[in-house]
Write a protein that binds this ligand. Sequence first.
Ligand code: KG4
Ligand code: ZN
Length: 345
Amino acid sequence: MIVLGIESSCDETGVALVETAGTQVPVLRAHALHSQVEMHQAYGGVVPELASRDHIRRVLPLAEQVLAEAGCRLPDIDVVAYTRGPGLAGALLVGAGVACALGAALGKPVLGVHHLEGHLLSPFLGQDPPQFPFIALLVSGGHTQLMQVEGVGSYRMLGETIDDAAGEAFDKSAKLLGLGYPGGPALSRLAQQGDPAAFKLPRPLLHSGDLDFSFAGLKTAVLTQVNKLGGELQARKADLAASTEAAIVDVLVKKSLAALESSGLQRIVVAGGVGANRLLRAQLDAACRKRGVRVHYPELALCTDNGAMIALAAAMRLQAGVEQARLSYAFDVKPRWPLDALAGA
Ligand code: KG4
Ligand code: ZN
């Protein structure tokens, strides 16, 4: 079975083809991506209307590209999958519209996929695929969640952010430091030249006894430091970046360990854009090694938004029999869509 996946929930247009055989983990045949980062940079963040318009321009050329790369033709596609949510409504509508039109034209079934399920399952496309059950740490620009994953479609929320997401904390702090958009990678790069202990920044909810997160206070603390430093900011920027990254990573690692401990599970999957963060990977790896816990990451190129994870999630849902693709082409999108509401969606 060949599944075409289309991702257009935010500022990346991603298209991919995966192939499944029986119950084996799907194989990625080709994927192509266009990032809108440069276009949004001038505005310091994603401009939703510009995002939608750019998805329209990019999606078909990207689809042609993956078909050519995989040596496939349109009639070879068995299922067309797309991101149904969560994300920007206008951006989601582009992918959903194109996927359903393609399905209708080819007479092939379509399947709307949850963006976060794509992130969560993305390590299955890596060199070291996980096995169920596991804890999932989902850390993206819009979400910070710890989930207990029993199998495809079985996701129990253990904790989540009560305000900003981890990626948002990176992005907003980076903006305060004048590092532009997207801030995560830029802040992380600068942090390598700084001292993580230079500034004492808060670790919100670290000892809350639950698995929830809060990052809004950290952003305020960074703002306070920026104002205090005034003209000295330039000289201390790397130290402040390093201290900010250390605070975010510290909370993510400690809460992940608490989730592993309370669930008794020995396996964790890290997914979403912040999963590309070097310090997070190093600290989580070290802590898990000590405890005999296996950590799985997606390939670096599949940490941020992409079409491969959407095609993969669709393929795995179909393989597991938790959902059927439909031969009806009316569509909706779900800009807000909790992952644990997915059962029976
Ligand atoms: O998963 P993703 O591509 O999009 C969403 O679904 O939100 O995640 C994007 C987020 C952004 O906030 C970006 O700053 C952050 O991931 N990010 C990073 C790194 N690479 C991307 N944050 C910290 N360190 C990185 N290396
Ligand atoms: Zn994402």
